[in-house]
Write a new protein. Structure first.
Ligand code: GMT
Length: 376
């Protein structure tokens, strides 16, 4: 099959999922064409069967705002025609679904049919997609997609209710390559993080307000009073400065390391004991799944699709969003009971392998492509 994939190329779960899907599809013999304004950051190295098409923007003084969504449409038309794509699969509805629908209209005029699949990831439905400046277009372009998938049952329900849609939305969960994301020997890194054998708590995100990184610091501060522990913060974003300020205020700077953006996440996770995800909104929680695949239990909030990933009392614990005391209690419980911890760690890895491995989930996309191409 020849598949065009459009996603945001920068840091962010939807771009990660799209890129990993493209790599997995290419490894299965499909021809994959990425169409975006920059090379997706996880598309490192050379990959057989993968081509990247950069969307160039017109440079004209009259256009004060970016015309990206229009240039994207034009590039989609070109790639569909000249690389003879079978399907266009866009990740994150805004603006990709409407760009793809415009491309479909243009191609139809030329007697060329192209099927469009839109995968919904989260805030395209739960937040920015509801903004009155975008809502009519988001609703229309999702409705006009030949196929629509959502990364969790929660997001499927939100799509239908928030947008008032009555259409089929297939749930295909996010996935991990469980050979790459697995417990590794990270003894040396652990010694660096925790030279005196302290427990290591870890958080990884884009530090946007929705991730509640300040809650991460507050939970850690409580845990540290009962258990010798260190906190490792991976990623960067608008709330990093506030989290750093809070560490200074709480006088825990010596026990917290802000690493910024990092590539070696499987190793960092393998050197950690507990992953914290106290988010305010999360349609799935891909980084929680990555932690689980590395055998790291997750302490998360109960919002959105998180309970579909993290099973309370088995792979970690779930608390009401904002309930810092409860999260800290759960963390202390797990970190001080070695037998229970070992059970949770094994169950986290087991759940990732059995429910969310690329080998199981990618064929779900392949079957869905086939169904849509057959007019289903
Ligand atoms: O929707 C967003 O905020 C952006 C998106 C992204 O690109 O990071 O994140 C969403 O998609 C991820 C991949 O499917 C999910 O794991 C995240 O839970 C989801 N974020 C939110 O729902 C806030």
């Amino acid at each position: 099959m020849k598949i065009g994939i459009t996603c945001f190329p920068t840091y962010g779960g939807s771009g990660v999922v799209a890129t990993e899907l493209g790599k997995e599809l290419a490894a299965r013999g499909h021809e994959v064409h990425f169409i975006s304004y920059a090379l997706p950051f996880r598309l490192d190295g050379f990959h057989q069967n993968i081509v990247f098409h950069e969307v160039e923007l017109p440079d004209y003084p009259l256009f004060e705002d970016s015309l990206y969504s229009l240039s994207l449409t034009s590039k989609m038309v070109d790639v569909v025609l000249y690389d003879e794509l079978d399907i266009l699969h866009v990740h994150y509805a805004i603006p990709h679904a409407s760009s793809a629908y415009n491309a479909k209209l243009i191609l139809n005029e030329q007697g060329r049919d192209i099927k469009i699949i839109t995968t919904l990831h989260g805030t395209d439905i739960t937040l920015i997609g509801l903004d009155p400046t975008l809502l009519p277009l988001v609703r229309f372009s999702i409705d006009k997609s030949d196929g629509v998938t959502a990364v969790s049952r929660f997001l499927r329900e939100k799509t239908l209710t928030n947008l008032g849609l009555d259409r089929e939305v297939e749930v295909i969960p996010n996935f991990v390559n469980v050979d790459q994301w697995r417990p590794q020997d990270a003894t040396r890194l652990r010694e660096q993080f925790a030279p005196n054998g302290e427990k290591v708590l870890v958080h990884a995100s884009n530090f946007r307000p929705v991730k509640r990184v300040v809650d991460v610091v507050r939970v850690f501060a409580q845990v540290r009073e009962k258990v010798p522990a260190k906190l490792v913060m991976v990623g960067d974003g608008p709330d990093r400065a506030e989290a750093e300020r809070l560490c200074r205020e709480l006088e825990i700077v010596a026990d917290v390391r802000f690493l910024g953006k990092q590539d070696a996440l499987p190793e960092i996770l393998s050197a950690s004991d507990l992953f914290l995800m106290p988010s305010q909104s999360e349609s799935f929680g891909l980084s929680a799944l990555e932690a689980m695949a590395c055998g790291v239990p997750v302490l998360s909030s109960s919002v959105g699709g998180l309970p579909e990933v993290n099973v309370h009392g088995t792979t970690g614990y779930i608390s009401e969003f904002g309930d810092i005391d409860r999260m800290a209690r759960y963390a202390i419980e797990l970190l001080t009971e070695p037998k229970r911890y070992a059970r949770f760690s094994a169950a986290a890895r087991d759940r990732a392998v059995k429910n969310f491995s690329a080998d199981d989930v990618v064929p779900q996309y392949e079957r869905y492509y086939a169904k849509i191409l057959a007019g289903g």
